[in-house]
Design a protein around this ligand. Sequence first.
Ligand SMILES: Nc1nc2c(ncn2[C@@H]2O[C@H](COP(=O)(O)OP(=O)(O)OP(=O)(O)O)[C@@H](O)[C@H]2O)c(=O)[nH]1
Ligand SMILES: [Mg+2]
Length: 365
Amino acid sequence: MNTKDKHKSTLEEVKGISQPTSTDKLSVQKIKLNRGKIPSTKIFIENIRKRDIAYLSRAITLVESTNAAHQKKATKILQACLPFANKSIRIGITGVPGVGKSTFIEAFGRYLTNKGKKVAVLAIDPSSSLNKGSILGDKTRMEELVKDANAYIRPSPSGDSLGGVSRKTRETIILCEAAGFDTIFIETVGVGQSETAVHSMVDFFLLLKLAGAGDELQGIKRGIIEMADAIIINKADRDNIKQANLAKIEFSRALHLYPIKKSTWQPKVTTCSSIDNIGIDKVWEIIEEYIMLTKSNRYFDDQRNQQNKFWVLETINEQLKNYFYKDSRVKKVLPKVLQKVQNQKLTPFEAAKRVLDIYHKKSEN
Ligand SMILES: Nc1nc2c(ncn2[C@@H]2O[C@H](COP(=O)(O)OP(=O)(O)OP(=O)(O)O)[C@@H](O)[C@H]2O)c(=O)[nH]1
Ligand SMILES: [Mg+2]
């Protein structure tokens, strides 16, 4: 062994045979990065700005961590990333399990990276797709996108609070934007309340649907249709083309019955086949048209400002609730007054007032 080799990490010391992927250079860098000391904020920023995925992922992990030291670090990184954020198009994608979200994102993502775009995909709450194997499923359905150097796919863990998930996703958006991703997809399963949260963090909201199944069958709530800027009838291929075209006409008609949106945008309906890559370009055309309209009538920036305001207030609300319910005296008194309400000894309003008074008194001391 010569002196140069002596200083090599044992992780790299496999002479004469090709390195398995688990010990290739990038993996070694990742392993090193994930152990021991957390790098300085400056190092983080430098590497995130270079679109170094290992650093970006590590920063997102800090954002997602509940550890106080990690959160402090995450705040510093986010603050430093802020000047570089905000320069992307944020697109929400929703639809019931099986509608083809992952397949669509694979096709659409590839279409965009071929156009020179840098695409980040954040999947919120992937575990809600009934089985927890969906991340694995996504990896196979986004086979090409996963390997694409201009794409980054990150499933967000489903947290116990919606506010918590939303905060993490919003902060992850900032990190991805600072890393130069100019098109951000945020994917949710269109059956829960997370759509409202996603709607309040994106510029454009896409709803994927299937032809031939009623809204109830598809588990889509009316509110979600109202939020949509475009409805895409997926799987418009093979025996399904005629039905998909019919559904397109029906939805276009139905959408005209909704009140005009503040953006003045009339939501569009289109069909596509994610598997055969047909109609994908039309989706991008629609989004570009939307951006042109809303940038010229200033709705685009207004909406982002409104969203920021909304999230400030939302975060305050959530924190206040946390402080309140974690307060030891509240914890002690609340069950007692609830019991009194149940026994008809106290009205709900008086009960609430008593608990709030106790909390206020404590904070004044
Ligand atoms: N024929 C046809 N099949 C499709 C199309 N898009 C998706 N599929 C199929 O539909 C099934 C579900 O697709 P996914 O992309 O996994 O659906 P998803 O919405 O991501 O599902 P979840 O992750 O469970 O929420 C798969 O078997 C796909 O191959 C399409 O355009 N045409
Ligand atoms: Mg999926």
